[in-house]
Design a protein around this ligand. Structure first.
Ligand code: MCN
Length: 773
């Protein structure tokens, strides 16, 4: 090894992942070519809700190049378990929970536009596409429910026989005396808020490739959870886990949607075994939009009680969450987070939350960047602005009066979550200073008096929960060539774990960062793992690598101690060398330690001492937070919103790589602002996804987003050795309420109190017209 470079943690190191990606050498699932591959295409329902009366596949089967057309009757007997669903909440209780069985193909009924009915296996993707058109499915359309708040005048058509009213679950939590707080309050506010449905816009649509050789499945999937996929497939296919290898090569974005397990991930390996040839399925963009899980979609009501001094005394939240046609892997866990986190950064003594999930004829609802927490932050931050407005107190000041104070941490939240650390006022003060808040307000007032531009200032203060356990794997092996291999169960989709984990290991071991390889996303190489979601990778996965690195140091000290005939306790690692304390002339560098450990005839235990492999179990979740301020100008003649400035102060504790953390904030902001201003997935009355292509679904483009001004404070968590919290979702959570608060603030003097997202120019223009007449 060369002489080491110190201080990697905290350094702005460029992503080692990028050279491949930006030169077209990244390998995504669709880039893998196996000889003799069959192509799978999926016949999907063109109806939102219908009975399947018959399927005639004879013409399709007769096409040259078609090897098979299969329906549920042939597939479902090969499947031993239903598509997996887990339910679990940190606090509160499910009063009701319905988990209908879901098969990879539907036999009796289709329940959403895109529900899979049959598959074609063909020699080429073109033949497979032609063959799809020759499958004749006779459907009997049924009444469609695509909204979570269906028209009360229309009869409810149950999607599943287990739930006659389409109720999927009811979750409740409460604390304190809510009724009394409302009765005793000086003021109350009540705000109904609709949160639209969003489509996670990964660059790479989902894709699966599999082959089956010598009783062994190898599956390439664009997934966030290769180990979870392996373990669940073992049950579904009824084979031992060791007979399944899952590889997630480059995953072009997941945003939570690829943490689900999908029918195609079952069908492709099944068909590979059935036909004895590799099988491949790659979704088109529109197929991906139909069949990949969507996010958000709630119809909510928040009520807040407060004193005339602006102290919020109670919160009451009702959520109706549109779960889609079936539960995805974690659907029942997502919307309860909105209830759990509704008190946000505030010390509110009383509250209750009820979350009702309903089945509808839409694509399943699963995590989408933030998963329940963006909705919570949006609800409470809109509510807090409404209280400020009603009391005539500045919204920044009102927030300060209600913040959980720094000396109260660790803090038991309203509903019993353990907030680890926080200093919300410091983040707010920094943000206010950065935007020169009082001057801004003065300009806004002046503009109003002169009847000129519509200026809005929106503040949001958010806290989120991340770093979920129960564990993540991390291994460190110092090899005989002196280089280091890190294995991690955190399987990334673009977050830059290879760079970040190398920084941590190189810093602890005091070796050059180039000497550290990071391997992930292949269950044959990394045997155990949970995956990347819920901004858990740095707090949990990186902590595992940190801990393993420390164990390896301990091992190397023991070897050094033996070689120098000293006590291990007297050996210290200084500038890449193991030295006897107080006698720096007695020192061994890594090269010498490695040579000794791997030398012929060396103590066999020494090699083992240079390796560590563990599952790190976090002590609890971590709670990153921040303050976002958005400044907008609205054109009253068109309703168009221009974001003039967007200033963020995020706090994820100790930052490992500020450049990458900033990249996460940028991406999160684009998605949060996208929700506020542009994006919406729409199903029409027949249950057809009207926004089924990139032409119809407004994913924000660069010119529709501002230049962000990103900043940080640092409040470390005591819960992990790095003091680090997650940042992957934070900006998505903070940015939507800041943007909406800014738009409403710009229009508030016209008497406008709320507009539901997305805040399109048309909606805003109509509101302005209505307010003026
Ligand atoms: N980081 C850091 N210091 C910290 C925290 C994070 O330097 N204290 C940096 C690290 O470089 C780390 C990255 O930020 O690699 C993200 O770490 P973390 O916050 O732990 O989040 P995860 O790696 O667990 O990523 C999950 C999160 C989620 S839940 C979604 S959704 C999301 C997101 O990450 N999806 C993404 N960011 C994404 N980014 C890309 N490019 N693609 C996605 O699909």
């Amino acid at each position: 090894m060369q002489s080491p470079i110190p201080q990697f943690i905290g350094a702005q190191i460029r992503r080692r992942e990028d050279p491949n990606l930006v030169t077209g050498r990244g390998r995504f699932v669709a880039d893998f070519r196996l000889a003799d591959t069959l192509h799978m295409a999926i016949c999907r329902s063109p109806y939102g809700h219908a009975e399947i009366l018959s399927i005639d596949k004879s013409r399709s089967e007769a096409l040259p190049g078609v090897l098979g057309v299969l329906t549920a009757s042939e597939i479902n007997s090969l499947v031993h378990e239903s598509m997996p669903v887990v339910s679990g909440v940190l606090v509160g209780d499910y009063d009701e929970l319905v988990i209908p069985k879901q098969s990879p193909l539907q036999s009796d009924k289709v329940r959403y536009f895109g529900d899979p009915v049959a598959i074609v296996l063909a020699e080429s993707p073109y033949i497979a596409a032609d063959a799809l058109e020759q499958i004749y499915v006779e459907y009997k359309p049924l009444p469609v429910t695509s909204s979570s708040c269906p028209d009360p005048n229309r009869p409810v058509e149950p999607l599943h026989e287990q739930s006659s009213d389409n109720s999927a679950f009811v979750w409740n939590v409460s604390s304190g005396d809510v009724a009394k707080s409302f009765a005793d309050s000086d003021i109350t506010v009540e705000l109904p808020v609709r949160i639209q449905r969003l489509i996670p816009g990964a660059m790479e649509p989902r894709a699966v490739l599999a082959h089956y050789v010598d009783n062994q499945f190898t599956i390439w999937s664009s997934t966030q959870i290769p180990h979870g996929l392996r373990d669940n497939l073992a049950g579904i296919l009824n084979v031992p886990e060791k007979e399944i290898r899952v590889i997630a090569p480059e995953v072009g974005g997941g945003f939570g949607a690829k943490s689900n397990i999908y029918p195609e991930e079952v069908l492709v390996p099944l068909m590979a075994r059935q036909f004895g040839r590799p099988v491949r399925w790659v979704a088109s963009r529109s197929e991906d939009y139909q069949s990949t899980s969507h996010g958000r979609n709630q119809q909510n009501l928040i009520r807040l009680a407060a004193t005339s001094e602006g102290k919020i005394t109670a919160v009451d939240l009702e959520v109706v969450a549109n779960c889609g046609a079936y539960h995805g892997r974690v659907t029942p866990c997502v919307a309860p987070f909105t209830g759990m986190m509704i008190s946000g950064v505030y010390d509110i003594p009383n509250g209750k939350a009820k979350v009702k999930g309903v089945f509808t004829n839409t694509s399943p609802m699963e995590p989408y960047r933030g998963a329940g927490r963006p909705e919570a932050a949006y609800m409470i931050e809109r509510g807090v602005d409404a209280v400020a407005k009603q009391l005539g107190i500045d919204p920044a000041e009102l927030r300060r009066r209600n913040f959980i104070q720094p000396d109260k941490f660790p803090f038991k939240s309203l509903f019993g979550l353990d907030y680890d650390s926080g200093n919300y006022d410091r983040a707010l003060q920094k943000a206010l200073q950065l935007v020169d808040y009082s001057e801004l307000r003065r300009k806004q007032q002046l503009a109003r008096e002169n009847n000129s531009r519509l200026i809005g200032i929106g503040i949001s203060a958010y806290v989120e929960i991340c770093g979920f356990g129960p564990w993540e794997s991390g291994a460190v092996h110092v090899r005989s060539d002196g280089k280091v291999t890190v294995l991690t169960g955190s399987s990334p989709q673009g977050q830059g774990h290879e760079t970040t984990w190398a920084q941590i290991c190189a810093e602890v071991l005091q070796v050059p960062i180039e000497d550290v390889d990071v391997k992930h996303s292949d269950t044959a190489i990394v045997q155990r793992g949970i995956g990347t979601f819920g901004s858990r990778s740095v707090p949990v996965g990186a902590s595992a690598v940190h801990k393993s690195s420390e164990i390896v140091i301990q091992g190397a000290r023991e070897i050094a101690a033996s070689l120098m005939e000293a006590a291990p306790a007297d050996i210290v690692l200084e500038k890449g060398s193991f030295q006897v304390v107080g006698s720096p002339q007695f020192s061994l560098n890594w090269e010498q330690i490695v040579s000794a450990a791997y030398a012929e005839g060396a103590n066999p235990n020494w090699k083992k001492l240079l390796s560590a492999d563990l599952d790190y179990e976090p002590e609890g979740e971590t709670y990153p937070f921040g303050v976002h301020i958005c400044i907008v100008e609205i054109d009253p003649d068109t309703g168009k919103v221009e974001i003039v400035r967007f200033v963020t102060v995020d706090d994820c504790g100790h930052v490992i790589n500020p450049l990458l953390a900033q990249g996460q904030v940028h991406g999160g902001l684009a998605q949060g602002i996208g929700q506020a201003l542009y994006e919406e997935a729409v199903y029409d009355a027949e249950g057809t996804l009207s926004t089924g292509t990139l032409l119809d679904y407004t994913l924000p483009k660069a010119h529709q987003l501002p230049s962000y001004e990103t900043n940080r404070t640092e409040t470390r968590t005591p819960l992990n050795p790095l003091g680090a919290k997650g940042i992957g979702e934070a900006a998505t959570i903070g940015s939507t309420p800041a943007t909406v608060n800014a738009v409403v603030d710009a229009l508030s003097h016209l008497g406008i109190t709320h507009i539901d997202t997305p805040l399109t120019p048309e909606k805003i223009w109509r509101e302005i017209q209505a307010a003026q007449t």
